[in-house]
Design a protein around this ligand. Sequence first.
Ligand code: 13P
Length: 236
Amino acid sequence: MILCANFKANKTRQETRAYLAVVESFVSANTIDDTVIVFPPFTALERMSRNVLIGVQNAYPAQNGAYTGEITLEQLEEFGVKTILIGHSERRHVLGETQEQIAAKFRFFAQQGFVIIYCVGEPLAVREQGDEALMSYIDAQFEGIDCNYADLIIAYEPVWAIGTGLTPISQQIVEMHAALRAKTQAPLLYGGSVKVDNARSIMELDNVDGVLVGSASLSANDFCEMIAQAAELKNV
Ligand code: 13P
């Protein structure tokens, strides 16, 4: 399984340090071999040897340059970061990133050999229009994206499930993940209101290879509990 904690714009450097100390000692004490990835804010990046992967939530697709307010490859290299989230719904819908910009970002970071967690997901109004509209919306989010990229992980995060406490019913996740599986052999994560009390049943579903957790990952103990659930699933 792959377990990702997306902090979004939460936590200071000190808080992130304390959090990683808890998660890293949990991972080594329990000899966890699942992949654990934490996406802190840029301000909390540090170069340290780790038993969890550290990724960034965004970056600008350039080596460096005149991109006021952005972070580019040069700054990520300073911290040894080689993992990035691309296409997150908050970047698409709150920050207005277009599919063209997202695809350019994808191409750049794929060329640099990054592990890319590529996010797709539909707003509620699209889901309510039925399966055809739903799939053509998701297909459009793959424009310009190489589904055969070797270090690709896909995250399905329905917009209406993010930060709302709503989750799709199991059948909706299974159907979407089956459709994604037909496109790519990449691992498939589910994200959107994953919590300690639903993580296990989501991770048990067909074609779910892990979870991308927002608010519930802010508690190191809750995130460790989800990591433990993933480890237990292998032993049943
Ligand atoms: P929540 O877990 O807070 O719903 O956020 C999901 C998400 O956007 C992870 O990237």
